[in-house]
Design a protein around this ligand. Structure first.
Ligand SMILES: Cc1cc2nc3c(=O)[nH]c(=O)nc-3n(C[C@H](O)[C@H](O)[C@H](O)COP(=O)(O)OP(=O)(O)OC[C@H]3O[C@@H](n4cnc5c(N)ncnc54)[C@H](O)[C@@H]3O)c2cc1C
Length: 176
């Protein structure tokens, strides 16, 4: 596909809204998708967040279907409040991946990132497996009856993503 594509590539700028941007809710208007939270595509979530928005908006509207004339402003306010939280979370993700993609160690840092993620998944799966297959020993059974038994399995540390500081600093409106 790459080889057959037009060699004259078109360079386009990318834009994003500031992370965590909010605005006062207004009766009669609700923004969903990129209109509400344009973010760069580096986490691959924009369409999903847009669909989630539409689902939440529909659900909030349905809750006031019998009293929409009085209830709609509050329903939209609720939608906005939830959407701001979700949007911020995903915008942070895309920002973090943007930093990873464009870092001077980008390729290597990305491989390391996925290796860490894979190791965490494997550890979590092993822990789950250990929980379901481990037969309780006599001592463990006694401890368990006393209510003091710690859960077994390999120790899984809360993961902190070690992302090198991005080449681009600060939150930009315009990402080249
Ligand atoms: C390079 C790239 C890769 C991406 N990869 C992914 C991915 O892998 N996974 C993912 O989930 N997301 C991805 N996204 C993000 C995703 O494409 C967007 O988040 C999603 O399309 C947003 O949907 P939307 O309906 O809100 O806006 P849009 O898809 O932008 O739809 C808005 C529509 O409104 C139309 N419009 C604008 N102005 C007017 C007007 N005045 N009158 C009438 N119509 C108008 C536009 O033509 C457009 O069709 C990517 C984005 C880019 C740029």
């Amino acid at each position: 596909m790459v080889l057959r594509s037009d060699p004259d590539s078109l360079v386009r700028s990318m834009y994003m809204l500031p992370i965590g941007q909010t605005w006062p809710s207004r009766a009669g208007i609700a923004l969903i998708g990129d209109a509400a939270h344009l973010m760069t595509p580096f986490a691959g979530v924009g369409v999903n967040v847009a669909m989630e928005d539409s689902l939440h908006l529909a659900r909030n509207i349905i809750t006031v279907k019998d009293s929409w004339q009085t209830g709609l402003p509050a329903a939209l306010q609720k939608y906005d409040a939830d959407m701001f939280v979700r949007a911020e979370e995903y915008a942070k993700q895309t920002w973090m991946y943007l930093g990873l993609f464009f870092h001077e160690r980008g390729g290597i840092a990305m491989v390391e990132h996925f290796e860490r993620a894979r190791a965490r998944e494997a550890a979590a799966a092993a822990e789950e497996e250990a929980k379901t297959t481990a037969l309780p020993t006599e001592a463990a059974r006694e401890e368990s009856e006393k209510g003091t038994l710690e859960t077994g399995g390999p120790e899984v540390h809360a993961s902190v993503l070690e992302i090198p500081s991005p080449v681009v600093a600060g939150i930009g409106q315009h990402v080249e």
